[in-house]
Ligand binder design. Structure first.
Ligand code: G3P
Length: 220
């Protein structure tokens, strides 16, 4: 059985994202209101960002619904879903978020439940039929919990249900590897973490040796 694995860029830094998309290194882009703010963007910029990342080849583009009631959140979520076929609507794992998730799934949208911190939330998201759940590894560990073990248990809970784990709050390449080892297929991380996952000093030295051999061969 083959297993598809994917990286996503968790960022609103358009220059860094453009490079990752152009180089074919990420499947898509994930954002939330905090990430937009960090990239000096706001929810007003979402239509422009969607158009840009779609044109740059992102296969999935995630924006998060907001609102202080389920009604408001559903309205915002519907506007996000209407941006285009590559949108995945994120909703927080709250009472209103689950109501929004259920409404969106019924309407045929692709949905991710984010900031999942409990096994029961992972299970509940799968019962609602969302495509993805996003547990936060770094923040689970920050809270003194066993992040990898907890996300591994979530992965087992949703396995085969049509809901997949798309892990977030990944701060090092080793975070990604630890989760891949327990079966998590999808990962979103800041561009710097994705780039760090491509790097080994020994590989770079080997590449220099290959280049030197090519150059020596051409001197003859
Ligand atoms: O997408 C989750 C991300 O925004 C959280 O990352 O490292 O701030 O916990 P971090």
């Amino acid at each position: 059985m083959t297993r598809e694995l994917r990286f996503y860029a968790d960022s609103a830094n358009v220059e860094e994202i453009s490079a990752l998309l152009a180089d074919g290194l990420v499947h898509g882009v994930t954002t939330n209101p905090t990430i937009l703010e960090r990239g000096r963007r706001s929810v007003r910029d979402i239509p422009e960002l969607y158009a840009r990342w779609e044109a740059e080849g992102a296969r999935e583009i995630f924006f998060q619904a907001w609102g202080d009631s389920a009604k408001t959140m559903i309205g915002n979520a519907e506007r996000l879903a209407a941006l285009g076929s590559r949108v995945v609507v994120k909703v927080p794992a709250t009472r209103d978020g689950f109501t929004t998730a259920a409404a969106l799934v019924s309407a045929g949208a692709t949905v991710l439940v984010t900031a999942v911190y409990a096994q029961a939330q992972a299970l509940a998201a799968a019962t609602v039929g969302v495509r993805y759940i996003a547990p936060y590894l770094g923040r689970l560990n920050d809270a003194g919990r066993e992040g990898v073990a907890e996300i591994s248990a979530m992965q087992s809970l949703v396995q085969g249900s049509g809901t997949d784990v798309l892990a977030a709050s990944l701060r090092t390449p080793d975070d990604i590897v630890s989760l891949a080892e327990v079966g998590v297929p999808f990962f979103t991380a800041a561009p710097a973490v994705i780039l760090a996952a491509l790097y080994s000093e020994v590989s770079d030295r080997s590449a220099e040796d290959f280049e030197a051999a090519v150059a020596r061969g051409l001197q003859d």
